[in-house]
Design a binder for this molecule. Structure first.
Ligand code: PHE
Length: 451
């Protein structure tokens, strides 16, 4: 389906669910969720994250799809159109801009991490085995210390992503998602099972689900909320863009529910698997972004048939990252083609080049330029911090205000076809709870700046 034609419609309700799950399920679930949970003390983070998905993420997912469908265009045009329809200021169009540009910032480091996955596929297929935790760590550290390798793998991944967007064909991805997303789910279930057999599942479970209130800090709450946004692809135009191809009769509420559930389950399963191996090998859960990359290769090296399972697993993760990355580029490319009339391929490769240039700086920030820090963070961490903890929540807040308070209730009601009582529950949550939750987290952070 051509994303450039705003009036295109997904071929079915399933297609919509699949591509949206494709956007939501990605490195956020398999790489980011486990390492964030590990770094932020486990269960406290998980609990706040689940609360945020229910009270902030899901209501906003519906709101964002709603704007996209009503506006029927790229996020910037959609925001302008829906603002106009509701007599609101055209300044709301800025919200579309924040999303579209924020998405490109995310992509600049997201694709570097996806590049690591490509390297791991290559290593696994070539039979490299790391038998000890030290070797696994060394391997990861060596990769990060080598800017040329990082840039090389990043270039490959970005080219894959931009190549698809340039062709403007989402149907290939739609069909592939249909096959590969369930495969990812099954192999994750297998890994959880394997974790139960040879890992320390009990410790993993306690770590993730035994609530310890003393671990709850402002930092944990902010990062858990940020992760709920990141994982559900919120506030960055991606969901709005996909919503703009949704037909009028598909229920936004029901489908959003399934999308949020699938996304959350994948994260929880990945966390359980990763931690059961982490603890069994005596590794530290708090080792940061390298967690998955230092734990899983070790598991595969010791597993019978691990070379095949490992290669297959990393391939599926690559695919999950790919479908997410596509949804990060698509909104801006859609805007350039629709608004500026630029040829889709030129728009896509041009955008890719800009993201690639920033990506080179991100690669260097992990080694040669690692001394260059702002607020103690290198460029890689800064981009992650800025987008997930500031851009996404603020943009989410604006979306909640827009749909909850600016749009006329009639127009909102037009799109959300729930029975009246259920509609009211969602609407009130969006108008009060979601907004208050985001504001409170921000105010708390500003007044309690902990490290
Ligand atoms: N949700 C994706 C993931 O979990 C990342 C993403 C964020 C995609 C924002 C699109 C928009 O990996």
């Amino acid at each position: 389906m051509s994303a450039a034609a705003p009036r295109s419609i997904w071929s079915s309700r399933w297609a919509f669910i699949l591509v949206t799950v494709g956007s939501a399920v990605g490195l956020g679930n398999i790489w980011r969720f486990p390492y964030m949970t590990g770094a932020q003390g486990g269960s406290a983070f998980v609990l706040v994250y689940l609360l945020c998905v229910a009270l902030v993420g899901l209501p906003l997912l519906m709101a964002e799809i709603l704007i996209g469908r009503r506006g029927r265009g790229n996020p910037i045009s959609a925001m302008l159109k829906v603002s106009e329809e509701n007599g609101a200021s055209p300044w709301w169009g800025l919200l579309g801009w924040v999303g579209v540009l924020g998405a490109l910032l995310i992509l600049s480091y997201y694709s570097v991490v996806a590049g690591w996955i490509v390297d791991y596929i290559y290593q696994t297929v070539s039979g490299v085995k790391v038998m000890t935790p030290e070797a696994a760590k060394q391997h990861f550290d060596d990769l990060l210390a080598d800017p040329l390798q990082l840039i090389f793998w990043n270039t490959i991944f970005l080219a894959l992503t931009v190549g698809v967007v340039a062709r403007g064909v989402l149907s290939g991805i739609e069909r592939a998602s249909l096959l590969l997303m369930p495969a990812l789910f099954i192999i994750l279930l297998f890994l959880v099972f394997w974790g139960g057999m040879v890992g320390d599942m009990r410790a993993a479970w306690h770590f993730m689900f035994d609530f310890k209130p003393e671990l709850l800090t402002g930092q944990v709450v902010l990062s858990a909320m940020g992760h709920a946004f990141f994982s559900l692809s919120l506030g960055m135009g991606a969901i709005m863009a996909y919503g703009s191809y949704l037909d009028k009769h598909t229920s936004i509420a029901h489908n959003s529910f399934w999308i949020a559930l699938a996304d959350t389950l994948v994260g929880l399963l990945a966390g359980l698997a990763v931690f059961s191996f982490t603890f069994a090998h005596g590794l530290k859960a708090s080792s940061g972004p390298g967690l998955v990359f230092q734990t899983l290769p070790l598991v595969f090296a010791h597993m019978p048939g691990g070379q095949v399972v490992g290669a297959f697993f990393f391939l599926l993760v690559l695919f999950a990252a790919w479908t997410s990355a596509i949804s990060l580029v698509e909104p801006f490319v859609a805007w350039m083609t629709e608004r500026l009339g630029i040829h889709r391929a030129v728009a896509a490769w041009g955008t890719g080049l800009a993201v690639w240039l920033l990506g080179v700086a991100v690669c260097l920030s992990l080694n040669d330029w690692s001394g260059w820090k702002l607020f103690g963070l290198n460029l890689f961490d800064q981009l992650d911090y800025l987008t997930s903890r500031i851009f996404m929540p603020l943009s989410g807040l604006a979306i909640a205000v827009f749909v909850g308070w600016i749009m006329s209730r009639k127009n909102v009601r037009d799109e959300i076809t729930l029975p009246a009582a259920h509609f009211l529950i969602w609407w009130r949550i969006l108008r009060y709870v979601t907004i208050l939750a985001i504001v409170m987290v921000f105010v708390y952070r500003l007044t309690n700046p902990d490290p």
